[in-house]
Design a protein around this ligand. Structure first.
Ligand code: UDP
Ligand code: MG
Length: 328
């Protein structure tokens, strides 16, 4: 299409696949086979960038071998586990293609769907996300919490973050360059792409089970991602604190009036220990909760002002001259 494989030397590929890897040794052989098949099927030159997010198993050894043997494979090794969203970012920073496709390593994002994403991109869409119509092999709990989260987030933000969409998507150069200019530390990648606009569309697919290995997203990690999503894209929780504080003050004022009247007109009002305890513990609970919400935002500011790099690269394999061009 735009600058498909030149005869002399390696030119920038048309497609870049970005695949984050965290302890995926169980699925890697199968993944590489499916990715190779996909690369052969694509209509123009393509590269596959694996980002090792501090794996503690043999994933890295396998991938180094792949990146050395096949010129289309590249490997970025981060210096430790930085988390899924940062790993994706590192891969996208290094991607040289005109269209960049982000997908999970566990084959829950089927490589064949990439062909559908590409078809939409050629129709002129800048961002094409893959929407899950059915999720297999995921617990009812995971599906319910995910669904609840997306619906709540929709209520809370002014940014359109498409429902039932993970990080499996294709983005064009314009969107990618925009993404690279977004420096925030706490990254909620799907929200960031929602924010930037452009012509966007969806392709539906049925999400299969993880091909091998275990989920790398236990409940607490999901919760953290959800909190990042809310804090990063909404200031509703802060306003909630304000309204709740106001409501409770109103209630307290009424109670004060009542107390005053009892003191004036009733006799022997010593009892009331229960209500005092209830009110104090209730109010201190609310206070702590609200301080916590504010703390989340302050913590985010703290992380931003440190201006540390988003990630640290330990080692690159298969990049050659592309290394110099890398930002961060
Ligand atoms: N992953 C990562 N760093 C992490 C956790 C996960 O790079 O700290 C990768 C993981 O290897 C996989 C993708 O992110 O390629 C999605 O993880 P997983 O499939 O375990 O999440 P789930 O599909 O269960 O939500
Ligand atoms: Mg998965």
């Amino acid at each position: 299409m735009i600058n498909a494989g030149d005869a002399e030397g390696r030119k920038a590929p048309v497609y870049s696949l970005v695949i984050p890897i965290f302890n995926e040794e169980a699925v890697l052989p199968l993944l590489v086979r499916r990715i190779t098949a996909l690369l052969d099927k694509l209509d123009a030159s393509a590269e596959a960038i694996f980002v090792d997010d501090g794996s503690r198993d043999t994933s890295v050894i396998f991938l180094r071998g792949m990146a050395t043997a096949d010129p289309r494979f590249r490997l970025i090794e981060l210096s430790r586990n930085f988390g899924h969203q940062i790993a994706i970012t590192a891969g996208m920073d290094a991607a040289a293609g005109d269209a960049v496709i982000v997908m999970d390593a566990d084959l829950q994002d089927p490589p064949e769907v990439v062909l559908d994403l590409v078809a939409k991109w050629k129709e002129g869409y800048e961002i094409v996300y893959a929407r899950r119509t059915k999720r297999e092999g995921e617990t009812l709990f995971k599906r319910a919490t995910a669904s609840l989260f997306y619906r709540a987030l929709e209520q809370m933000t002014s940014v359109t973050i498409p429902r039932d969409v993970g990080d499996f998507r294709l983005v064009g150069r314009k969107a990618l360059e925009t993404f690279k200019q977004m420096p925030e530390r706490d990254r909620f990648v799907r929200g960031m792409f929602g924010w930037m606009g452009f012509k966007q569309t969806a392709v539906s697919f049925e999400r299969p089970e993880r091909a091998a290995g275990e989920t790398k997203y236990p409940f607490w990690k999901m919760l953290r991602l959800a909190v990042h999503g809310v804090i990063g894209f909404s200031d509703k929780p802060l306003r909630l604190a304000l309204w709740l504080g106001l409501a409770i003050s109103g209630f307290a004022a009424l109670l004060g009036v009542y107390a005053l009247f009892s003191w004036l007109f009733a006799s022997g009002v010593v009892h009331g220990w229960t209500s005092t305890v209830v009110i104090i513990s209730f109010l201190s609970g609310i206070n702590l909760f609200m301080t916590g919400i504010i703390g989340l935002y302050v913590g985010r500011i703290h992380a931003e002002v440190k201006r540390r790099p988003l990630y640290v690269i330990d080692r690159l394999t298969g990049f050659e001259e592309a290394i110099a061009a890398m930002s961060n």
